[in-house]
Design a protein around this ligand. Structure first.
Ligand code: RIB
Ligand code: CA
Length: 315
């Protein structure tokens, strides 16, 4: 049976590949997209979510507009040098012909989860603000969701915004703290694994060569990301951050995981760091005096060749 998911996203080039992978696989019942700031402002994230569903011919999937800013701090702002000023590789898509539903992302999540207990997997691939807000509105969603599989964090490896933090957690550490502290089943698909899962410019050519509208769109938007990668790392490669969360859901047997409690740093120069510590009882309480002791599942390894082969099989 198709797994019911709510995809919380800041599209974003890798968000786009992740969404199209999820839809192309046919293995998910995508109940809705909820939008969040991150790669772009939330207004543009909503516009892009609507545009992408139109390209995919899936305007039946509702889009709910999410939070415009982090829980307690200002938004750091978009990253046009990575994803384009439009979040879509500067390809200037036409405006969408559909609209977001008249319900906030957090309300949508609460309503869906409470009405289908035990059935829905939340898949956040941006800052975790909407998920934290949903928990605030209805804490019982923690026991009613099936699980949370998120892209974010860096447990045993450096960050990508700075040595400490990965972008999604950096953009709202307080929200991430709420999400990792809640008593639910969380899997963290962070930089530990997404810096291993990458596609080369040669492999990425499959997108432009495909006859699918979705893949052709991806083929148009990736050159901007490849330019960024070339400037940063001297290599034209694409880190498959958000698609790896979908790949994990599709074939968990291709991945290696460990169990650790996660503590999110919310202060100072390490703000956004996702600390893990195996000696549960020795994990010091955080700044809120809160002691997280239930483990999250941290994805740390994969059969990368097999993961990439699966991704490319849906292009
Ligand atoms: O650090 C990677 C994450 O931040 C991904 O979700 C990507 O879309 C970027 O914004
Ligand atoms: Ca994202």
């Amino acid at each position: 049976m198709a797994e019911k998911i709510i995809f919380d996203t800041d599209p974003g080039i890798d968000d786009t590949i992740a969404l199209f992978l999820a839809l192309a696989s046919g293995k998910f019942d995508v109940l809705g997209l909820t939008t969040i700031f991150g790669n772009v402002h939330t207004d543009l994230a909503t516009t892009n979510a609507l545009r992408l569903l139109e390209i995919a011919g899936r305007t039946d999937i509702p889009v709910a507009h999410g939070a415009d800013k982090p829980l307690v701090r200002p938004y750091h702002g978009p990253v046009p040098h990575i994803h384009g000023a439009d979040g879509q590789g500067d390809v200037n898509l036409p405006p969408p012909s559909t609209k977001a539903i008249d319900q906030s992302a957090a309300q949508f999540i609460v309503e869906q989860v409470m009405s289908q207990p035990g059935e829905i997997t939340l898949v956040p691939v941006g800052p975790l603000t909407n998920i934290a807000l949903a928990l605030h509105i209805q804490p019982k969603i923690a026991e009613k969701v099936k699980r949370v599989v998120l892209m974010g964090g860096a447990a045993l490896v450096p960050g990508n915004v700075n040595p400490a933090a990965e972008a999604n957690i950096f953009n709202d550490p307080e929200a991430a703290h709420v999400v990792f502290s809640a008593p639910w089943d969380v899997t963290m698909v962070g930089l530990d694994i997404t810096h291993q899962v990458l596609l080369t410019d040669e492999q990425l050519k499959a997108f432009a060569a495909s006859d699918k509208a979705t893949s052709q769109h991806v083929g148009k938007i990736i050159p901007l990301y490849l330019d960024f990668a070339h400037k940063m790392m001297g290599r034209q490669v694409m880190y498959m951050h958000d698609p790896t969360a979908i790949s994990y859901l599709l074939k968990p047997e291709l991945f290696e995981t460990r169990q650790y409690p996660v503590r999110v740093e919310t202060q100072g120069m390490s703000s956004g760091k996702t600390w893990v510590w195996s000696r549960t009882g020795d994990f010091p309480p955080d700044h809120f005096g809160y002691n997280v002791d239930h483990p999250a599942t941290i994805v740390v390894g994969a059969d990368v060749e097999a993961v990439n082969a699966m991704t490319l099989s849906y292009v």
